[in-house]
Design a protein around this ligand. Structure first.
Ligand SMILES: Cc1cc2nc3c(=O)[nH]c(=O)nc-3n(C[C@H](O)[C@H](O)[C@H](O)COP(=O)(O)O)c2cc1C
Length: 344
């Protein structure tokens, strides 16, 4: 049996396999109320039936003014809990574990009249200049993460992922490029990390399951100002001692810059491996991992502990069944006998 499709204990969770549906915004909350619609039940349900080990639902806002778009899911209000719980229950019924990615978009909150950020620096010339957060406002956002975690707990999620990547609010704090503050939330690496530590503590009060975090380990910046790998590894060690169970390694999104090398299958995995060398907790990898053979190679060689699948799962609902075929994994059981017939 392949390592990719075998049961595993990873990131504080017991999973049926090492394939995770990576969080992906769907822009399908058409009433702009943050509440799941029948679309979300079908979209995530299809992937649960395909037997992914864990579904992390899309970036879910902790504050209505911190949404990536106004069509994202949200957990900023108690009224959002019942339908989100129904979604979690239905995915559990279909046999998968479920996590939620909690996020505040900061200066990348599209459609927000007054976006906020650690410093008043716009993403690019087409974006609004955000308002610099006061310390009171920062502490309010920390509480919002805690309150959203309480709601996620009431909804029955198995894990919470903090979105610390892709240039959203927490990523903006972590980077000296976007954080020019001179108070306790800016300056040294430890100060820039402060809000992340406080968010973790606020979540831990209300949620007893495993907490993961997604980080972007490079901004593809060539000005010499971005965090170095050594600094990211230091952050990784702080996260480990704060109780984080898995670091989900991604890249980019802080600046309007893409990879400064030819993109290829698994191009982000070396970043995950470098983090893995620095910490004693699990690390996942994401990005162009459509090839199951490559995923198996990464796992067998301990380059990462878990595989996140994004676009491959959007293209092919039955990616796992095809992966079993390609890996000659005869132990993999499709959802039911009908799906088994589809394998023959
Ligand atoms: C439509 C779409 C929406 C996305 N939304 C999110 C998101 O909400 N949160 C997040 O961390 N990443 C998001 N991503 C990034 C994916 O989770 C993933 O990291 C990226 O697509 C690279 O993996 P892939 O090559 O397997 O697609 C999104 C990607 C896509 C294609």
């Amino acid at each position: 049996m392949s390592k990719l499709l075998s049961p595993a204990n990873v990131g504080g969770l017991s999973l049926a396999n090492r394939v995770v549906m990576s969080p992906m915004c769907n822009y399908e909350v058409l009433k702009q109320d943050g509440i799941p619609t029948p679309y979300h039940f079908a979209h995530y349900g299809m992937r649960a039936i395909s037997k992914v080990g864990l579904i992390i639902t899309e970036s879910t806002a902790v504050d209505p003014h911190g949404r990536i778009s106004n069509y994202d899911l949200g957990l900023w209000d108690d009224a959002q809990v019942p339908e989100y719980k129904r979604l979690v229950d239905s995915l559990h019924y279909l046999g998968t574990k479920v996590g939620v990615q909690l996020n505040h978009a900061g200066r990348k909150a599209e459609g927000e009249a007054h976006p906020v950020a650690p410093s008043a620096i716009a993403f690019d010339e087409n974006s609004q200049t955000p308002d610099e957060l006061t310390v009171d406002q920062i502490q309010h956002i920390v509480k919002e993460f805690g309150a959203a975690a309480k709601r996620a707990s009431e909804a029955g999620v198995d894990m919470i992922e903090i979105h610390g990547a892709h240039g959203y609010l927490l990523n903006q704090f972590l980077s000296a490029v976007t954080n020019h503050r001179e108070d306790e939330y800016g300056g040294t690496l430890e100060n820039r990390y402060r809000i992340v530590r406080e968010v973790i503590e606020a979540i831990q009060v209300n949620f007893k399951g495993p907490i993961w975090i997604r980080l972007s380990l490079t901004d593809y910046d060539d000005t010499g100002k971005e965090n170095t790998m050594k600094e990211w590894q230091q952050i990784g060690r702080w996260l480990e001692s704060a109780g984080i169970k898995l670091i989900d390694v991604s890249t980019g999104g802080l600046l309007p810059k893409g990879p400064n090398f030819p993109v290829h299958d698994g191009y982000q995995t070396p970043f995950a491996t470098k983090m893995k060398k620095a910490v004693n907790i699990d690390v996942s990898t994401v990005g162009l991992l459509d090839n199951p053979g490559l995923c198996e190679y990464i796992l067998q060689n301990n380059q990462a502990d878990l595989i996140m699948e994004g676009r491959a799962l959007l293209r092919n609902t039955n990616w796992l069944m095809d992966a079993a075929h390609e890996l000659h994994d005869h132990e993999f059981k499709p959802y039911n006998v009908s799906y088994e017939r589809g394998q023959k």
